[in-house]
Design a protein around this ligand. Structure first.
Ligand SMILES: [Cu+2]
Length: 172
């Protein structure tokens, strides 16, 4: 019969693991100070895909972090902007963004300084209605923004933008 001794290597691994965990928590706190997360995900078969929440109100200067929480699908967050070969659906003075393809667990951060309405989409899933809308600062609740460009978008994308009034109700 063998005697079971405590394995010193195991203790070392455990303490290293504890150290890694601690630094991960610290990084997450530092990154999350004023960021709001939008999840990018879908069903395991990819039959449905979404940004969650798909409508969001934030203050000017706040940052949004899109995180791909899907297990088997890539997503992007891409502004409706001529730089991305789309009609303009963000404030004229604001900067366009395009995350490029985000693999599962990857994320992309954008800070919004200009008040207004920002519409964005996921490049591979715009035709599945994977779009979102961010309202920054003071906006008229009755506004129907960018309606003049609706005809240039897939109908399912146009249908996917929450209206301004319902986004303003989510204000915290
Ligand atoms: Cu997508």
């Amino acid at each position: 019969m063998k005697t079971i001794k405590p394995d010193p290597r195991r203790r070392l691994i455990l303490s290293a693991g504890g150290g890694l965990l601690l630094s991960a928590i610290v990084l997450r706190r530092a990154g999350a100070a004023d960021e709001i997360e939008i999840e990018m995900s879908g069903t395991s078969t990819g039959s449905a895909v979404w940004f969650r929440p798909n409508g969001l109100w934030i203050r000017p200067g706040q940052a949004v972090r899109w995180v791909n929480r899907d297990t088997g699908n890539v997503h992007t967050t891409t502004a409706y902007h001529p730089d991305n070969h789309k009609p303009l659906r963000i404030p004229e003075s604001a900067h366009a963004w395009d995350s490029g393809y985000l693999l599962p667990k990857e994320s992309f951060v954008m800070t919004f300084n200009e008040a207004g309405v920002y519409d964005y989409f996921c490049t591979p899933h715009e035709h599945a209605g994977m779009v979102g809308r961010i309202v920054v600062g003071a906006v008229d609740a009755a506004e129907q923004p960018y309606a003049d460009t609706n005809a240039q978008l897939p109908a399912v994308a146009v249908a996917g933008f929450p209206d301004i009034a319902s986004i303003l109700k989510t204000k915290r």
